[in-house]
Design a protein around this ligand. Sequence first.
Ligand code: PGA
Length: 261
Amino acid sequence: MRQLIVAANWKMNLTRQEGIALISEVVPMVRDQVHTKVKVVLCVPFPFIGFAKRFFQSQKNIALGAQNCYYKPAGAYTGEISAPMLKSFDVDYVIIGHSERRQYFGETEEVLAEKVRQVIANQMHPIFCCGESLQTRQSGYHINFVRQQLSQSLFHLSAEDFAKVVIAYEPIWAIGTGHNATAQQAQEMHFALRQHIASVYGQEIAQQTTILYGGSCNANNAPEIFACPDVDGGLIGGASLKSSEFTNICKSFPLYKLIAD
Ligand code: PGA
């Protein structure tokens, strides 16, 4: 079966003290309450990466994630963070192509393709974000648009490398707005993306690919969204900053997904 994942995207929030307080609450809650089949990925801000792992060293279903990396491995790029640096701090997952990066930092599909390559070359998993604007959805081209994002940034990968990618479908109109996609909208897109992956890499790889939903996901709407057959978890922004809310999201999978092999 596909790996179920709930990833926290803390974005640019919290001080060191607040980050330590949140992680100290989340880790024991995940240990005691969340099914071991669910992998919880904490994508913390860069300065927290050095200490975050200490809080869950022996807990196999929690992993460390970063929110971005540079597309070159090293060099004179003042202020940037490389994939080899992240790997050397035990990072396992890196969010690539979040819509905020695309929108505020002008990241293009070409740059994202390079970033994905870097992450995989350093034995980590990209969490590749895709998703349409409200305007694109209203025009009716949203499925083609998101398929295109995958084609341009991911389909240069070999099948072996593609199998390491996690996809996060995050409609831009749902991010931080309180207007989540409905379960039907999420399922329709996830199914279309899985088919698109199958057309290039075959059914077996498509069926193994974890596709997360993100955008105003919370403990109330997660059970319905996670119940969709092609939704394998979530990428959680605002609601990941509250320990019990986040833990409840991690507990929102239907039983049949937890007992499947
Ligand atoms: P949100 O953010 O849960 O606050 O909508 C999700 C994301 O941007 O990853």
